[in-house]
Design a protein around this ligand. Sequence first.
Ligand SMILES: Cc1cc2nc3c(=O)[nH]c(=O)nc-3n(C[C@H](O)[C@H](O)[C@H](O)COP(=O)(O)OP(=O)(O)OC[C@H]3O[C@@H](n4cnc5c(N)ncnc54)[C@H](O)[C@@H]3O)c2cc1C
Length: 356
Amino acid sequence: MKDLDIVAGAGIWGCTVARRLAEAGRKVLVLERRPVAGGNVRCETDRSTGIEVHVYGSHIFHTHSREVWDFIRRFTDFNGYQHKVLAMYKGAVYHLPLGLTLINKFFGVELKPGEVDAFMSDPAHSTAIFDAFFRGYTSKQWGRPPEAIDPGIIKRVPVRGNYDTNYFNDYWQGIPSDGYNALFDRLLDHPSITVECNRAVTLGEIVRSDARKVYYSGPVDSLFDYRFGALPWRSLRFETEKLDVADFQGTSVMNYTEADVPWTRIHEFKHYHPELKDAMSAPATVICREYPKTWAPGDEPYYPVNTPESSALLARYAQEAAKVPNLVVGGRLGQYKYYDMDQAVLAALELDLGLR
Ligand SMILES: Cc1cc2nc3c(=O)[nH]c(=O)nc-3n(C[C@H](O)[C@H](O)[C@H](O)COP(=O)(O)OP(=O)(O)OC[C@H]3O[C@@H](n4cnc5c(N)ncnc54)[C@H](O)[C@@H]3O)c2cc1C
């Protein structure tokens, strides 16, 4: 079976690795724990409206990497969506990120470019902004006050001195024109790739397997049955609801920055495809409230919590992984690292497949 490679985990990292292997002439078996490929980028289409619902929270593709963009564009077009994020604070709506639009509205002033830094260097101003837009949100997101995460955080909140309300600075961004699922279908559509879903791969299987390599992108702690303890993940709970209104909040993502609102944000998915006129004008919409929570066994792991203890624990798991000769661990769960989609693709494109 040395002519076979196994890819365990069909997220964007695993699918990119699978595609590269297949195009290099390898036979590839993709094994995915869930019933479908796509990892956390997977979507479902609401049948009656045609709205693409992001099952694991909003995903906007954005990148500055020509290599990533050229690769991903082989499998999809993008619709040109430009991401904006609004924030609800005490019943008023503000444009993030922190820039002239937000500061002028919040303080009722008319600052000009070039005046922002001096204005924000007044601790009364920076503290007021921090308390309104960052303190509650960060506490909800991480389950700890911001100063417990990073004592210098108030001084380092990035401020834009202009009216640019684009959330990302990346050169390319958008949503796949015919949806994320079609992107994954095309990535895996190769005569040398076989996909089996509902197949959770175990360490025992990997050790016994005579595949040349097993590329694993599930959680590294779960692969080793949490033998040194669980890594401290943050999890999320999504509450999705279909409403009989054409437009619930007028935008795709609204952050709720107050600590006593239990969700961090509300997603409204139809706004990701403004070009789909039928879905946009449908008299119904799909929204999703996102609630952060501490990870417990059985929950999906979403975000790594980086502390000195978690780094030490990760190093122990990495040492264990290195002892398994045919195992390659990657992706956001395998590396215990927050990756945007483009970073996961880049990591997969740069991985040495050992095929010379
Ligand atoms: C709430 C949220 C919002 C995000 N929004 C954005 C965004 O707007 N833009 C952006 O670029 N990025 C975003 N990201 C990041 C994005 O989700 C990741 O970049 C991407 O999911 C990484 O892909 P991956 O393949 O590494 O991991 P995953 O997508 O998690 O894929 C791993 C796969 O492995 C499978 N698996 C696990 N264990 C096993 C096993 N034992 N055997 C077989 N299969 C297994 C899992 O079921 C999963 O399908 C967001 C992340 C979160 C949490």
